[in-house]
Design a protein around this ligand. Structure first.
Ligand code: RP5
Length: 158
């Protein structure tokens, strides 16, 4: 009679290791912006999330200046436990749309004014709102970072 050995499928071992991982402790909302010059306005989103006790993170990366960084961030966001991404940018504000192109997570875009803005940020607002069918981005008011955070909180229902 052959020796009986308990065998565990490799998939099962991996799955049980994942069972021990607590992703609930990581950030739920990612706040990304195109430039350090956006920080002052985008901080209002962080403050709102802070007050609501919602874990979040902030990152500066430009869709035009750091395209690979932005793509990697968006591609890994779901796996890292993020539920919503808030993306703020000014001028030709491609950032929210590029993030949305690389993730199925909901993306809230914040059009920002900057020193070179046209019509007080209308350039950024149109760039964010006028997404092609199939790649949605929610768009709040120009400099509406706080509303973006409130919307993110409602999306994740906390
Ligand atoms: C955008 O260009 C940024 O989001 C920022 O609002 C604007 C100006 O950037 P800086 O020249 O101040 O870095 O990409």
């Amino acid at each position: 009679m052959s020796e009986q050995r308990e065998t565990v499928a490799p998939e099962t071992e991996v799955e049980s290791e994942f069972d021990d991982l607590d992703v609930s402790e990581g950030p739920l909302v990612g706040i990304i912006m195109g430039s350090k010059s956006d920080w002052e306005v985008m901080e209002k989103a962080a403050k709102e999330l802070e007050e609501r006790g919602i874990e979040h993170e902030m990152k500066v990366a430009s869709a035009h200046r750091d395209p690979e960084v932005v793509a990697d961030y968006a591609k890994n966001a779901h796996r890292r436990g993020l539920k919503v991404i808030i993306a703020g940018a000014g001028l030709a504000a491609a950032l929210p749309g590029v993030v949305a192109a690389h993730t199925t997570l909901p993306v809230v875009g914040v059009p920002l004014t900057s020193s070179a803005s046209v019509a007080g940020g209308l350039d950024a607002m149109l760039a964010i709102a006028q997404m092609p069918p199939g790649v949605p981005v929610a768009c709040v008011a120009v400099n509406g970072a706080r509303n973006a955070a409130i919307l993110a909180a409602r999306i994740i229902d906390v």
